[in-house]
Design a protein around this ligand. Structure first.
Ligand SMILES: NC(=O)c1ccc[n+]([C@@H]2O[C@H](COP(=O)([O-])OP(=O)(O)OC[C@H]3O[C@@H](n4cnc5c(N)ncnc54)[C@H](O)[C@@H]3O)[C@@H](O)[C@H]2O)c1
Length: 264
């Protein structure tokens, strides 16, 4: 069994390193921009998404921008076999996995009392089980290296019990992701691996049922001191910091990126 790290100094990130980014195949998603920013920061990037066409488009875009150390893997993060196959392919094609950014997720506008079990279980499967399966597979690769960075994605909906689009089912799943982050931070910290979780407010993507109209953006901006929804680039920049050497002492944090809507 691998023993936990006892170093008194930080574990530096290796020069040759791979970040696995799930949810990278959304045409207007946070994952697409995050993959781009990490590639620009010197990471080899494994792009993972259930949407094969979207993934191909993002891969072509990144290759067109000159990024060579890439692998696009179509996978369902809610499936154990799919996750294991994805990591086998990544292990065979790219440098060691040191980063995991779990952005794949699905929203759910159905209130708890109207949700059938199948829908409830799918929301949990993608947002919670998927984050767990990816964390477990990534941690198995990071532990022998004594260094790793894991970023999962919750939502301010987890604090509010629901938002303008998603309701209590999604809030349940995203609250679980915060618990997973804290457990992971405790359990993997001794191995030099940090686990943090993002809690974005409304971001201008297609997860809420298509591109946001200006009218919808305006109504979603109510109560936000900055008076606007966020952009995927503003999430990607935070991820890039968490996956930098300078981000090495942040662990177990829930990072709200919501224009100041929640202050506590
Ligand atoms: N956009 C927002 O307002 C907002 C706010 C808070 C949190 N979030 C969270 O941020 C993350 C990214 O969301 P986004 O806004 O970029 O959404 P998006 O819909 O653009 O991207 C999500 C991606 O996840 C992929 N995906 C869905 N199920 C999958 C599965 N089983 N396996 C692999 N991939 C799967 C989708 O194909 C899609 O490309 C999500 O976890 C979301 O819950 C988003």
């Amino acid at each position: 069994m691998t023993s936990a790290a006892t170093a008194s100094t930080s574990s530096r990130l290796p020069d040759r390193r791979t970040a696995v980014v799930t949810g990278a195949g959304g045409p207007a998603g946070i994952g697409r921009v995050t993959a781009q920013v990490l590639a620009e920061s010197g990471w080899a990037v494994a792009l993972v998404d259930i949407n094969a066409d979207g993934l191909s488009a993002v891969e072509a875009e990144l290759r067109g921008a000159g990024h060579e150390d890439l692998l696009a893997v179509t996978a369902d993060i809610a499936s154990e076999s799919s996750v294991n196959e994805a990591f086998d392919r990544i292990d065979g094609a790219l440098p060691p996995v040191v980063g995991l950014v779990n952005l794949a997720g699905i929203a759910c506008p159905t209130p708890l009392h109207e949700c059938d079990l199948k829908e409830f279980e799918r929301v949990m499967a993608v947002n919670v089980t998927g984050s767990f399966l990816m964390l477990r597979a990534a941690a198995a690769r990071m532990i022998p290296q004594g260094v790793g960075r894991i970023v999962n994605t919750s939502s301010i909906t987890a604090f509010d019990g629901g938002g303008t689009f998603s309701k209590g089912v999604y809030a349940t799943a995203k609250a679980a992701v915060i618990g997973m982050c804290r457990g992971g931070a405790r359990e993997l910290g001794p191995f030099g691996i940090t686990v943090n979780v993002l809690a974005p407010g409304p971001i201008d993507t297609e997860i809420m049922g298509g591109r946001l109209t200006d009218e919808r953006k305006a109504s979603m901006s109510e109560g936000i001191p900055l008076g606007r929804v966020g952009q995927p680039e503003e999430i990607a920049a935070t991820v890039a910091f968490l996956l930098s050497d300078g981000g090495g002492y942040l662990n177990g944090s829930t990072i709200q990126i919501d224009g100041g809507k929640h202050m506590h």
